[in-house]
Design a binder for this molecule. Structure first.
Ligand code: SAM
Length: 213
């Protein structure tokens, strides 16, 4: 998702209290940064942040950090936070390719990937957020056996992800081609994209994985 360039969005983000600036300087010191010992969970490619806002409201005992590449998208989440501020929800504007520069091994408890861009061309496979290159990055920031949870309505992307998971040696703990008609639907929080696709009747695929050390 790339919204039309929103004028002043970069400045708005720079001045915003919910956005973490110079996140690379906090690498290895996230516990000191928050000073409350709460676990940290990420959504990578969070879009306008609806999913994380609901999670953060439901689970005040967890810090959630939304990672988003584009200011023009992130600024929409910030506007919603002005209306309903949440102490345990934070944002970083960055390309997730550089995630290992922001977190040390063990600093992240869990990672959500929701309706990630499919990058359909083969030559762009390594840009997919479930590629083996990204799985390696997640391994390098997650705690031991920390989970990655991925949802998509894009079956080719899901099939690719299942292959990458296997190739990279992760354990497939949960997997479904139709989340909304599966045992895993209880407690599911719908994202903005999920609502659109479910309304169209598209089945939602979901997987949950961890890497045994
Ligand atoms: N997760 C939201 C949802 O389910 O409603 C948004 C899904 S949208 C299709 C994908 C989002 O991921 C876009 O906002 C895009 O800018 C962001 N994104 C894609 N690649 C990214 C990357 N490498 N790093 C950070 N954000 C990324």
């Amino acid at each position: 998702m790339r919204l039309r360039n929103v004028k002043g969005s970069r400045e708005q983000i720079a001045a915003n209290e919910y956005t973490i600036k110079d996140a690379e300087q906090i690498k290895g010191q996230w516990k000191d940064y928050f000073q409350d010992g709460k676990p940290i969970q990420l959504e990578i490619g969070m879009g306008k942040g609806k999913f994380l806002m609901q999670l953060a409201e439901k689970n005040p005992q967890i810090h959630y950090i939304g990672i988003e590449k584009y200011s023009s998208v992130l600024v929409r989440a910030l506007e919603k936070m002005e209306e309903n501020p949440l102490e345990n929800l934070h944002f970083i504007r960055m390309d997730a390719e550089n995630i290992v520069n922001v977190f040390e091994k063990g600093e992240v408890d869990q990672i959500y990937l929701n309706f990630s861009d499919p990058w359909p061309k083969d030559r762009h496979a390594k840009r997919r957020l479930t590629s083996r290159q990204f799985l390696e990055r997640y391994h390098n920031i997650l705690k031991e056996e920390g989970r990655v949870i991925f949802k998509t309505d894009n079956r080719p992307l899901f099939d690719f992800s299942l292959e990458e998971v296997k190739e990279a040696g992760w354990t497939l703990e949960k997997s479904t081609f139709d989340l909304h008609h599966s045992e895993y639907v209880e407690g599911n929080i719908m994202t903005e994209y999920e609502e659109k696709f479910v309304a169209k009747g598209n089945p939602i695929c979901m997987l949950q994985i961890f890497l045994q050390e």
